[in-house]
Design a protein around this ligand. Structure first.
Ligand code: ZN
Length: 206
C-alpha cells in the first residue's frame, strides 16, 4: 500500500508507525478522533441521510488536509482512505458506490487534481466498492472559506449536477472536510435527483 519509505507522509519524520504516519502523528491524531456520526444544526432540511467524520478538523488532521490540498502531497490521500476505512468498519456503513465532491474546472486547472477524487480512488481500492466521479460542478464559486455560516449555503446553491442513473443505490459521498454541510447537501440533492436511494457523507475531518 505505501512506498518503501520509512518517512512519515505527514511530517517527514523518519520511522513510519501506522497508516503512513510516524508514532508522533499517529498518537496525536487519535486524540481528535470522533467516534460516532455527528449531528449538526442545519438552516434547511438536508438531502443527505447520515454524516460521519473521522476526526475533528484540528492539529494533525488539519496539517494532513492542508498538505494534501496545497502542498501537492497526494500520497496523503492513502492515509486518509485508511482512516476512513476504519470508520466504515467501526460503524458498519454499507454502500454501493463512492462518489467524490467535485471541484470547479478552474480550481482543477490550478491545483492539478481533485483531492476528494484521490481519496475516493484509494477508498475504492480498500473497500472493493467502485467509485464514480459523477457529480459535476456546473458553476464556479468563490471558496467556501471566504464565507461564514449561512452564507455558505447560498454560495453553493445549485452548483452541482449529476447525469447518472443511481436508481436504488446507496451512495457514499467523500470529501476532505465537512464544515456547514452546505456542499454535502447540494451534492446529495443532485444525487437524489438521479434517484439515489440513500446518501451517506463521509469526510476525513469536521
Ligand atoms: Zn509524522
Amino acid at each position: 500500500m505505501f512506498p518503501e519509505t520509512k518517512y512519515c507522509l505527514n511530517c517527514g519524520r523518519l520511522q513510519e508507525e501506522k497508516f503512513g504516519l510516524c508514532t508522533f502523528c499517529y498518537t496525536e491524531i487519535l486524540k481528535i478522533k470522533l467516534s460516532k456520526s455527528v449531528v449538526y444544526a442545519y438552516p434547511i432540511e438536508v438531502a443527505f441521510d447520515e454524516v460521519y467524520s473521522v476526526f475533528k478538523y484540528d492539529k494533525v488532521a488539519k496539517d494532513i488536509v492542508r498538505r494534501l490540498k496545497y502542498k501537492e502531497k497526494v500520497e496523503l490521500s492513502k492515509v486518509i482512505a485508511f482512516f476512513m476505512k476504519d470508520t466504515i468498519d467501526e460503524n458498519k456503513i454499507k454502500f454501493d458506490l463512492i462518489v467524490p465532491i467535485p471541484i470547479s474546472k478552474k480550481r482543477l486547472k490550478l491545483r492539478g487534481y481533485n483531492q476528494a477524487l484521490l481519496i475516493a480512488k484509494e477508498l475504492s481500492k480498500l473497500t472493493f466498492i467502485p467509485f464514480k466521479d459523477c457529480i459535476e460542478k456546473i458553476k464556479d464559486t468563490k471558496s467556501q472559506t471566504l464565507f461564514k455560516d449561512e452564507n455558505r449555503w447560498y454560495n453553493v446553491k445549485g452548483v452541482f449536477d449529476c447525469n447518472e442513473d443511481l436508481q436504488g443505490k446507496t451512495i457514499l459521498i467523500v470529501d476532505d472536510v465537512f464544515t456547514t454541510g452546505a456542499t454535502a447537501h447540494y451534492a446529495s440533492e443532485a444525487l437524489k435527483k438521479c434517484k439515489a436511494k440513500k446518501v451517506i457523507v463521509l469526510t476525513f475531518a469536521s
